[in-house]
Design a protein around this ligand. Structure first.
Ligand SMILES: Cc1cc2nc3c(=O)[nH]c(=O)nc-3n(C[C@H](O)[C@H](O)[C@H](O)COP(=O)(O)OP(=O)(O)OC[C@H]3O[C@@H](n4cnc5c(N)ncnc54)[C@H](O)[C@@H]3O)c2cc1C
Length: 830
């Protein structure tokens, strides 16, 4: 057996097999796949094989779309028929809110070029007369998806992989990983059958691999333990039942009726498809338990759990309601298997935290649907260094190292139960909260804070009167919270507001090599001591990896502030790059200080009035003047008894400071600020108002305008790129050119809705781009958005259309920073 390879894939389910196939397709020789049992013997064999294109995430939509396209082409390549039935996929809606959800989803589909059609209840009845439609509002229909045989498609990918030189070895279990500094030594044990069990033999080998990918499905916890990392991938039970043939269905088909599409009654929380004259019902019920939180027992092979019919009674009855002919039909078969989940329901695809050349492809809950695309984009990441889509939303490090087993279990069960909930864009999920709270959490809660959660951090979204029900206020249009966000935004524009920004990721980078390193690592000039700069660390492809506000505390001492909640993602990249560059630049120290510093952002024309009474200084009247504390600088100041690292920036575009303070003094500082602010109408402001205000200033946000699919030049941030110096990713950035360009748009939208940042942009009949952010502008009293368009259209005054709720709405490309383009408010002296 070969013991030296370029890439070793561990796990022969749909996902691992697809990765091996795609690595070979991308040109890597010497790819090997190890499977401890048989190919497909994990979750793959008992999947129902549905390939739903519907997904609210832009990245996941691309992944699912790629799978569907690949699976259609596999037979021509391999000669194996994967049993792809392109019957379409009909998602029915019982309520207007559900139709609104589909319309928002249609925006994502449109931008990812996934075809869909709308259907009325009458049209559904005309095509599929067995479906009851009298209580339906309508449906969205995907003509291009359907279902596939999961084992057959895996075997087809395995054959395609073998044809391209991949070695697939079964009955070998990986038991240990050791990184030598240049490659992985992977210890493997031969597995043998003994009395119906699969047990380790004495035969062991070590395989040397440059890269390792783990795709170990339900075994992800064992894999994590072997690697010494944490992952939230833990399975949850999922069951589906198969009925006896339904005489009405058999008769309908005998009369030439077309096969039913995969039916989804999202409000009833199930999917149904035809199976040999009967029906398969797959519910996403309440109360499905997580399994194997500490690893799969040795005795569990391709096993199933007992059916729990009581748990799915409600969904069963609702199937009978929707398909009345199924009432008389008995049960023929049932499947209850483990299906791996993560806290947000999306898989973990990308580099493992802290490790080199170790790639994770774990936590797939729609692994048959995702396998093809996951293999494609992960192979791009590994072979080319980046994927063509931004994979950050699927990166394993989006969950921090603070995460525990109980957290993952709780959130994974919630993610399962939420598969068919209304995916409100303003949704905040309730499980495992509050967990990570800044000290002033209780104080803000007492003042009406409605919290959102970002990587576990509780962060106020907005403030509402006592008794306000955030859940009831959610909407696909303007939710019940909208008016409060409007008031908060106005408070900052006209008075003064306070925002808890403690969730920001913060790193301290210092030491003799720090300056040379950061100068190379980021694309803008480094600030002088006491000054700050906005800058970007790029990927090797010249796209934006991370946005930093860099504060230079001393010659070789820097404080880096980046997007809220992304501390593990940023830390991993920083620390790995520092380790690579230390020999070149000298010793560099890097510490994640996120949880040591609280942050309050205070902003608005009356900011100085609030702070005046708290300043302790020999000359308090001038501490915050433009002379002593100019815009884009940092000073250590004292507010009462709290030492504050104050930074003069405001993400809202008003006069303001970020008050970074020792976290243990946060409550003291909060009380001081609230007391001092009372006379000036200091208003507590949440993240939603802040998100609107920053769009009025065209401030790009990480994860929306800024990501690994666009360069800073495409984000139209050339003023923050110093092309006179060498920096990481520069050549690739310049070679990329401007494929698309970031713009801000003012939108005459519907009176009851604003865009969410997922909508397609049109010029006449032609799709020319997409929104990445959206909201409401208090300065212009209309909807606002930011997004990417064809470069020739990124000209102020260009008239475009935004598609929302199926209609086209006028939008005008504005100049950068439509509100206060001269930055007069920010520079206000006093
Ligand atoms: C009842 C049910 C219905 C489902 N229906 C659908 C559906 O309709 N559509 C859909 O998209 N998804 C569906 N799923 C989910 C789908 O089955 C999974 O998402 C998918 O199979 C995951 O594939 P995988 O390759 O990640 O994991 P797996 O198929 O579990 O493969 C992991 C493999 O890794 C091997 N392995 C683990 N550890 C080691 C090791 N140390 N060394 C060597 N090998 C190792 C295991 O033996 C296993 O074969 C369903 C799941 C269930 C339970």
């Amino acid at each position: 057996m070969k013991t030296q390879v370029k890439a070793l894939v561990v796990g022969g389910g749909a996902v691992g097999t697809s990765i091996a196939y795609h690595l070979a397709r991308a040109g890597w020789r010497d790819v090997m796949l190890l499977e401890r049992d048989e190919l497909t013997s994990g979750s793959t064999w008992h999947a129902a094989g549905l390939l739903p294109l519907f997904n609210m995430s832009y990245a996941a939509t691309h992944i699912h779309k790629h799978s569907v396209e690949l699976y259609k082409a596999l037979e021509a390549e391999t000669g194996l028929n994967a049993g792809f039935s392109i019957v379409g996929n009909l998602r029915m809606a019982q309520t207007q809110a559900r139709m609104d959800e589909y319309m928002l989803y249609a925006s994502t589909a449109e931008t990812a070029e996934v075809p869909y059609e709308w259907m009325t209840p009458k049209e559904i009845k005309a095509r599929w007369p067995l479906v009851r439609v009298d209580d339906l509002k309508g449906a969205i229909f995907h003509p291009t998806d359907g279902y596939i045989n999961p084992a057959d498609v895996t075997m087809a990918m395995a054959k395609g992989a073998r044809q391209r030189g991949v070695i697939i070895e079964r009955k070998w279990q990986v038991d240990g990983y050791h990184w030598t500094g240049s490659h992985w030594q992977v210890s493997c044990t031969r597995m043998v059958e003994k009395g119906g069990n699969l047990v380790p033999s004495d035969e062991q080998i070590t395989i040397t691999a440059e890269h390792v990918v783990t795709a170990t499905g339900n075994h992800a916890q064992r894999t994590a333990r072997l690697l010494g990392i944490k992952t939230p991938a833990i399975p949850v039970e999922h069951q589906f039942i198969v009925t006896e043939p339904d005489p009405a269905l058999v008769a309908y088909r005998q009369l030439g009726g077309a096969e039913h599409p995969v039916l989804r009654d999202a409000d009833a929380k199930w999917y149904v498809r035809e199976e040999r004259g009967g029906w398969i019902l797959g519910p996403y019920e309440r109360g499905a338990p997580a399994r194997f939180p500490y690893g799969v027992p040795e005795s569990f092979r391709a096993d199933l759990f007992p059916l729990d019919l009581d748990r799915i009674e409600e969904e069963y009855l609702s199937m009978i309601h929707r398909l009345p002919s199924s009432e008389e039909v008995g049960l023929k078969d049932d499947f209850n298997g483990p299906i791996c989940y993560t806290p947000d329901g999306n898989p973990l695809i990308g580099p493992a935290p802290g490790l080199r050349n170790m790639w994770l492809a774990e936590g797939f809950s729609f692994g048959i649907t995702a396998a093809g695309g996951a293999g494609h984009y992960l192979a791009q990441l590994m072979v080319e260094g980046e994927a063509e889509i931004d994979m950050a939303s699927l990166d394993p490090k989006r969950f921090g190292s603070w995460m525990t087993t109980e957290y993952a279990v709780t959130k994974n069960e919630e993610a399962y139960e939420h598969v068919y909930i209304l995916h409100h864009p303003d949704e905040e999920r309730a499980a495992a909260r509050p967990l990570r709270t800044s000290p002033a959490y209780d104080r803000q809660k007492a003042r009406g804070a409605q919290f959102g959660q970002i990587n576990g951090w509780e962060r106020p979204n907005y403030f509402a009167p006592a008794g306000f029900d955030d859940q009831a206020a959610r909407s696909f249009r303007r939710g019940g919270w909208w008016q409060y966000a409007v008031e908060e935004a106005k408070a900052i524009r006209e008075g003064v507001g306070l925002i808890d920004a403690t969730a920001f990721a913060k790193h301290r980078v210092s030491g003799p090599g720090a300056t040379a390193f950061l100068d190379w690592f980021t694309c803008n000039k480094l600030p002088k001591v006491g000054r700050i700069n906005l800058t970007y660390a790029l990927t090797s492809h010249g796209t934006t990896r991370t946005e930093y506000t860099i504060v230079r505390l001393a010659e070789d001492d820097y404080y880096l502030v980046s997007a809220g909640g992304w501390s593990d993602y940023d830390r991993d990249f920083l620390q790995k790059t520092i380790a690579d560059k230390t020999s070149e630049f000298g010793w560099i120290s890097c510490h994640d200080v996120t949880t040591q510093w609280g942050v309050f952002a205070i902003a608005g024309p009356k900011t100085r009035d609030v702070l005046a009474g708290l300043l302790r200084d020999a000359d308090p009247a001038t501490v915050l003047s433009n002379m002593r504390f100019p815009w884009l600088s940092q000073r250590d100041i004292e507010l009462g008894m709290c030492p504050v690292r104050a930074i003069r920036v405001a993400y809202t575009g008003e006069l303001g400071w970020e008050l970074h303070h020792p976290i243990e003094m946060q409550n003291y500082l909060f009380d001081q600020l609230m007391a001092a602010g009372e006379a000036h109408g200091l208003t507590l402001v949440g993240a939603r108002a802040q998100n609107w205000l920053r769009q009025e200033k065209s401030y790009r946000a990480f994860g929306t305008e800024l990501g690994r699919d666009a360069t800073p030049l495409e984000a139209d941030l050339s003023r923050f790129v110093d092309v006179s110096k060498p920096f990481h990713g520069k050549a690739a950035m310049e070679a990329t050119g401007i494929r698309t360009k970031c713009v801000t748009l003012l939108i005459d939208g519907p009176t009851d809705a604003d865009p969410w940042g997922r909508e397609a942009l049109y010029s006449g009949e032609t799709k020319v781009g997409r929104l990445t952010s959206g909201g409401y502008s208090v300065a212009f009293s209309k909807s606002i958005g930011m997004g990417y368009v064809r470069p020739d259209l990124a000209v102020p005054g260009t008239a475009l259309k935004v598609r929302m709720f199926g209609e086209f709405w006028d939008a005008i490309v504005t100049e950068d920073s439509p509100y206060d383009p001269q930055n007069t408010a920010i520079r206000l002296d006093g």
